[in-house]
Design a protein around this ligand. Structure first.
Ligand code: PA5
Length: 409
């Protein structure tokens, strides 16, 4: 993975200070050590799931689903996988009915994933599915040790697996939360971790990522008053769900009250897919308010390729320049052209090139964004790992549900 920054920053002192803070943070925050974990317990667990199971349904939301979905949707188009994954993330009844209609319950294993073990969306869906299939062997629960969900799983005699309690939901993709569904689908989770480890070493052991990530984080933090919207512009459909994962990671980690002031701060994530969004959001970046930075992500080698045929269309001869062009070349030329156009407008940007679509590169990309989030959180003085802002709505819903309950009796 290569990352080229097109903005300059000189302040070495701030960079060294934040690097030290992040090094210290490694002792408390669990996600930093996930790339080095021994995956044999996960592989042993996968052997307990019968080969007759061909569908895995994840019931979970936010950090409990988005990471696995991002990796799965990245790899699925290029690799024949052992099992299909389905994600039940919404209380939208149409979505639940539709997903269920795609499942053969005899061939499905359900992974109920919730760190807290009490999330409304997850457990309303679980209750519905459990009312249809009460075979406890069809479920595995993944949660924090000692959560109410662990007690429930033991109660019904179902399998239960844990994630370390110092690993937060949105930083949990490389823990059991992401690795169990991915391993069951046949994705190479060791390569995913290897990619993350390479990136981690490059950062912590003074490789090229140290300087790059520190510069980028300091730029975002320094200019967060002006460039408060951070767009990822990814030139591959395979990165669509990676963008969703990024939006959650960035938004829920960085939109906060500052720890040492009364101010609310935040950086707003936007996930865009090229070339589609050239015909949509790009205009706003080019000519709209100058409050956006852009990170272009492109795939260097698509491997599977097709070529635009040598056909001349009457009255459309101006499009003959497309003839003979591989689609992989076209999409990357489009990415480069938009990059150049934005540079001419002085929009702050950087480019990330991924050599090819594989597990290792996704592991590196995810760990890169986790580190970047931690660095920026530290620099803008917020607690990156909590999410008090989502509680208020949950409390109101709880009251509404209690009121409904009273009206029933
Ligand atoms: O990142 C987070 O902490 C959240 O987005 C959670 O992942 C999300 O709210 C789901 O929570 P839980 O895993 O407790 O069901």
């Amino acid at each position: 993975m290569k990352n080229k920054l097109y903005f300059k920053l000189k302040n070495k002192k701030v960079q060294e200070e934040v690097f030290e803070s992040i090094c210290k943070e490694q002792n408390e925050i669990g996600y930093y050590s996930l790339p080095e974990q021994d995956i044999s317990p996960i592989l042993d667990y996968t052997k307990t799931i019968s080969e007759e199971i061909t569908q895995i349904a994840v019931i979970g939301i936010g950090g409990s689903s988005l990471g696995a979905k991002a990796v799965y949707e990245f790899i699925k188009p290029i690799k024949a996988l052992q099992r299909e994954l389905y994600f039940f993330e919404s209380t939208d009844p149409i979505n639940i009915i539709n997903l269920l209609s795609q499942l053969d319950l005899k061939k499905t294993h359900f992974l109920v994933i919730s760190k807290s073990g009490t999330t409304v969306e997850t457990f309303s869906i679980y209750k519905y599915i459990y009312s249809i299939n009460q075979n406890a062997q069809a479920y595995t629960f993944i949660t924090d040790p000692n959560s109410p969900l662990e007690a429930y799983a033991n109660e019904i005699n179902a399998s239960v697996l844990y994630l370390p309690d110092n690993v937060g939901g949105r930083f949990s993709v490389l823990s059991t939360v992401g690795l169990i569904p991915l391993a069951l689908s046949g994705i190479d989770i060791q390569s995913l971790l290897d990619g993350a480890l390479t990136l981690k070493k490059s950062f912590f052991e003074a490789g090229y990522m140290k300087d790059t990530l520190l510069k980028k984080a300091v730029f975002y933090a320094r200019h967060h008053g002006q460039y408060r919207i951070n767009c990822i512009f990814a030139y591959s459909e395979t990165l669509k769900y990676f963008c969703e994962w990024y939006v959650q990671l960035w938004g829920e980690s960085l939109g906060k009250k500052q720890r040492h002031s009364a101010f609310n701060v935040g950086l707003t994530p936007i996930g865009l897919i090229g070339p589609k969004d050239q015909h949509s959001f790009l205009q706003l970046i080019m000519e709209g308010t100058r409050n956006k930075s852009v990170t272009f992500i492109k795939i260097e080698n698509f491997k599977e390729d097709i070529v635009i045929p040598d056909i001349s269309l009457k009255h459309l001869e101006s499009l003959d320049t497309l003839n003979h062009l591989p689609f992989s070349k076209l999409i990357n030329m489009q990415c480069d052209s938009v990059t150049e156009a934005l540079l001419e407008e002085d929009i702050p940007l950087d480019t990330i090139s991924i050599e090819e679509v594989n597990e290792e590169n996704m592991g590196a990309l995810m760990f890169y964004y986790e580190l970047l989030t931690s660095l920026v959180g530290e620099l803008i003085d917020v607690n990156t790992y909590d999410q008090p802002g989502v509680e208020a709505g949950k409390i109101i819903l709880k009251k509404k549900l209690e009121k409904e309950e009273q009206m029933k009796s």
